[in-house]
Design a binder for this molecule. Structure first.
Ligand SMILES: [Zn+2]
Length: 90
């Protein structure tokens, strides 16, 4: 009776150990994958949410991050157009 109990506990312990090994193996693999997926998703959403601004000089639309802004919050496609716009204004 006692022997059976010991065998049962031993089998249970081995099973639990195998289960732990399996969980550790899975958790070691999945974080890298999910992190990569989330990063790609985040950058995609950023691109989608990025608003477009128009160059005051040539009226070309471009993403806000690509534009150059002056003190009056005017957007320009390039430093040349910023300069040209201010030369025209003066
Ligand atoms: Zn321009």
């Amino acid at each position: 009776m006692i022997v059976r109990l010991i065998v049962f506990i031993a089998i249970f312990a081995i099973g639990w150990w195998l289960y732990r090994q399996f969980i550790m193996f899975k958790s070691r693999q999945s974080p890298a994958t999910s992190e990569k997926t989330e990063k790609t998703k985040a950058s995609k959403e950023e691109d989608k949410q990025e608003s477009m601004v128009r160059c005051e000089q040539c009226q070309t639309f471009m993403p806000r991050s690509h534009a150059i802004h002056d003190q009056d919050a005017h957007a320009f496609c390039s430093a040349e157009h910023l300069k040209a716009f201010h030369n025209k204004a003066d």
